[in-house]
Design a protein around this ligand. Structure first.
Ligand code: FMN
Length: 356
């Protein structure tokens, strides 16, 4: 295995380690990023995607989405949209707020975003893409990056051309998710297109898609030659992933997470979203969304997932989490051979993915 890099620079922004929290709508808000920061490990975090138009119109909800803490640097604010004027203005607002990097979303496969020529639809319309990239670049001095999929579908993988265009228009980093728009969240893992992007470009390239641990991070870096990796769902399933991979980069032993720590993180996160939402209905909905992923990293996690999803109130959800981890602790301590009536600790149930 060739040596792989452990840090990168986007102009003067140092990203060390070169492990990046992906933008995830409805997930990587301030609360989730605080959780990740408290655990530690990423060299850069992304906001969820922010509608440029909403930012320009100063919509309260959008202002909340773009908020970040003073100690979150470096942070990339990701924008999406189809209006050059709105993107330029939104980018300027993000820059003025102190974003270290302003990122443009050219990867979102959702029908809502693509229908208006935003997100991954731009891969089919390179001239519109160029116009939007140019508008953002012209509006800000801060480093600017673009995130994309490898193409619209497997027979149109034009990320190398689009990424080159972005670089020529002044982008200073690109992130490439190995899937095409048509793959949505399926498809067959293919890293050659990212490797091709990396070969053609002078600017740093982040590789993205299904990186969940040290082995997949190193394998992706080695096979693509990328400068860093971006991790999305792997960080919801396992918020310790950055810390674990970073420790291995430093040559330290792998970090194990026990039931107690998982419980603390899950309940602590729930308490923060209750605070943030101010009402239990919204907080419970968000908690269920995160739990769907988080429980994949937990032994017997499918049982916890079902119990949380069936909870009718925030208090009930907290109760089921406590009871579950109580049993898990007894199992880990060897006090209970079959804590869940002989169910398998392997979590084999399928995950439900968002279409973002
Ligand atoms: C719930 C969810 C929300 C997402 N929202 C965004 C988004 O706002 N902007 C974006 O560029 N990508 C978004 N994505 C895509 C991720 O950033 C990432 O490219 C994708 O999940 C593949 O990486 P992974 O396998 O590490 O999850 C989202 C993905 C998920 C699962």
């Amino acid at each position: 295995m060739p040596a792989v890099p452990h840090e990168l620079f986007v102009r003067d922004v140092r990203i060390a380690p070169n492990l990046v929290l992906a933008p995830m709508e409805g997930v990587t808000d301030l609360t989730f990023r605080r959780l990740i920061r408290q655990i530690g490990g990423p060299g850069l975090v992304f906001t969820e995607f922010i509608p440029a138009e909403g930012l320009r119109r100063d919509i309260r909800k959008v202002r909340e989405m773009v908020a970040f803490d003073e100690d979150e640097h470096p942070i990339a604010v990701q924008l999406y949209g189809r209006s050059a004027a709105a993107l330029a203005e939104g980018a300027k607002i993000a820059e003025d707020l102190g974003a270290d990097i302003v990122d443009f979303n050219m990867g979102c496969p959702s029908k809502k975003v693509c229908a208006h020529s935003g997100g991954s639809a731009l891969l089919k319309e390179p001239e519109i893409a160029r116009e939007l990239v140019r508008a953002i670049r012209g509006a800000i001095k801060a480093p600017f990056s673009v995130k994309m999929r490898t193409g619209w579908d497997p027979s149109h993988k034009n990320a190398p051309e689009i990424a080159w265009m972005c670089q020529e228009e002044g982008a200073e980093m690109v992130t490439v998710h190995w899937r095409t728009r048509a793959d949505l969240y399926g498809g067959v893992r293919e890293l050659d297109t990212i490797a091709e992007v990396k070969r053609r470009l002078r600017i740093p390239v982040l590789a993205n898609g299904d990186i969940v641990d040290y082995d997949s991070a190193v394998d992706t870096l080695a096979r693509t030659g990328a400068d860093g990796v971006m991790i999305g769902r792997g960080a919801i399933k396992n918020p310790w992933v950055f810390k674990q991979v970073a420790a291995r980069f430093r040559g330290e032993a792998s970090i194990e997470v026990d039931a107690h720590e998982r419980e603390q993180v899950m309940l602590g996160y729930f308490a923060s979203i209750r605070d943030r939402f101010g009402h239990d209905k919204g907080a419970l909905g968000r908690f269920k969304k995160i739990s769907k992923y988080f429980t994949h990293g937990v032994p017997y996690g499918s049982l916890l997932r079902v119990a949380v999803l069936h909870s009718h109130s925030a208090d009930e959800a907290i109760g089921v989490v406590r009871e579950f981890f109580d049993r898990l602790r007894r199992w880990e301590a060897g006090e209970e051979p079959h804590p869940f009536n002989g169910a398998s600790p392997e979590d084999a149930s399928p995950s439900e993915e968002s279409a973002a």
